[in-house]
Design a binder for this molecule. Sequence first.
Ligand SMILES: *[C@@H]1O[C@H](CO)[C@@H](O)[C@H](O)[C@H]1NC(C)=O
Ligand SMILES: *[C@@H]1O[C@H](CO)[C@@H](O)[C@H](O)[C@H]1NC(C)=O
Ligand SMILES: *[C@@H]1O[C@H](CO)[C@@H](O)[C@H](O)[C@H]1NC(C)=O
Ligand SMILES: *[C@@H]1O[C@H](CO)[C@@H](O)[C@H](O)[C@H]1NC(C)=O
Ligand SMILES: *[C@@H]1O[C@H](CO)[C@@H](O)[C@H](O)[C@H]1NC(C)=O
Ligand SMILES: *[C@@H]1O[C@H](CO)[C@@H](O)[C@H](O)[C@H]1NC(C)=O
Length: 355
Amino acid sequence: MIQKSYSYWRWPKAIVNYIKVYFQKCCIHGFKYVVEKMFTLLERFLWLILLVVSIYFCIVVCLSSIDRYYTKSTHIGLERNYHFWNTTIPSLTVCPMQRINESLFSDYCRKNGIKGQYKEEFWGFIENLANSTYKNFQNIPESEYIDKLLNVLGIKPALYMELIYNLTYDSSYEPVEKQRTRSIDGQINIHVRQVLTEYGLCYLGNSKLGEEYSSRYLIFGVYPEVNKYEQSRRLLKAQIGSFFEKDVGFTLLGFSSEAIDSYIHSAFEVMKVDNNFGYTEEGVVYDPESEEIIAEENLEKEATIGQRKCRFYHESNLTHFPFYTRNICQQECRINLAYKICKCIPHFYPNRSKQ
Ligand SMILES: *[C@@H]1O[C@H](CO)[C@@H](O)[C@H](O)[C@H]1NC(C)=O
Ligand SMILES: *[C@@H]1O[C@H](CO)[C@@H](O)[C@H](O)[C@H]1NC(C)=O
Ligand SMILES: *[C@@H]1O[C@H](CO)[C@@H](O)[C@H](O)[C@H]1NC(C)=O
Ligand SMILES: *[C@@H]1O[C@H](CO)[C@@H](O)[C@H](O)[C@H]1NC(C)=O
Ligand SMILES: *[C@@H]1O[C@H](CO)[C@@H](O)[C@H](O)[C@H]1NC(C)=O
Ligand SMILES: *[C@@H]1O[C@H](CO)[C@@H](O)[C@H](O)[C@H]1NC(C)=O
């Protein structure tokens, strides 16, 4: 019996003994008072609490500095040789107010047997649909005939944008130079593409964004064709200017309809529909000032998204867009809000949700 209890208590005793000896010899301040024979149990208990609390805060401080390293360690410095900086000229998005191409529309109607008054009614619908954004949804006419027609043609709301795309003429591919939507600066061509914006199909010039931001990619998921007309001269993606250059600019021209709506924004951004420079029927000259944030070359590789608190174009985690910019992120917020309120999303947004 005694023998048994002895063996039963042997290991715990050895462990307690070990801890006691360790605490006595330990050089960390405070440990030895926990096992000090002179102190009452209460005193030793108080010391124990003090020790636990101090170790706890020690760990908290360590973890918070690790966290700071991972999330707040971005270093911002200032370089002063601005004379040598190159700044990208802001980008221009132009939306023609006349959307649908009459000859493409007539072809479509001929193929589908839409005639006379019905053709006019359908034109009113599709033209206003193509020209709609948040401020003018009420202009889209509603009629029973249109509903029936769309049903017969098999055009569900998800196909609206595709139909509009098919009936819109992409004038940046126009063979006749005088009528082509193009961007030039003297003898240099600057790349122009048709893009899908919150205000329908528009043209974007002088942009640093990749070809994912184009109407074809967002609607069909394929890159736009190479524009051979643009390559007839030296082709730039975007104009850059530096301190020493007197006059840097570009001209975006070739819109068949007189009325246009234009948006100026950074060459690294997309347009913001609530930020337009006005509806106009004449040519306009803008003289913008531009500001550019530069980063060290290796910021992208050496810092994680959490550390630098920003995303590059290709680091998208958005649901509906395969690329990231701040305004695109806000568009996604509007998509989510529209979905929350109406249980549907406007036709001019790409819908890439899986379910
Ligand atoms: C600025 O642009 C000019 C002309 O394109 C180029 O020669 C120069 O190297 C650029 N400077 C910097 C700092 O990138
Ligand atoms: C398109 O919408 C704008 C803004 O509501 C309007 O001023 C313009 O006249 C519309 N275009 C057509 C062809 O209806
Ligand atoms: C309509 O599209 C045809 C090609 O299908 C083109 O030749 C014509 O110029 C376009 N019209 C307008 C007003 O853009
Ligand atoms: C648009 O055009 C493409 C190619 O011509 C065709 O496959 C597609 O069905 C058309 N979409 C609509 C909605 O008419
Ligand atoms: C994308 O990442 C950010 C953090 O960088 C996060 O706040 C946001 O919720 C993410 N968005 C989606 C759609 O996952
Ligand atoms: C988006 O597309 C998915 C799959 O094609 C579909 O199930 C869903 O209803 C669409 N969402 C909206 C809001 O149109």
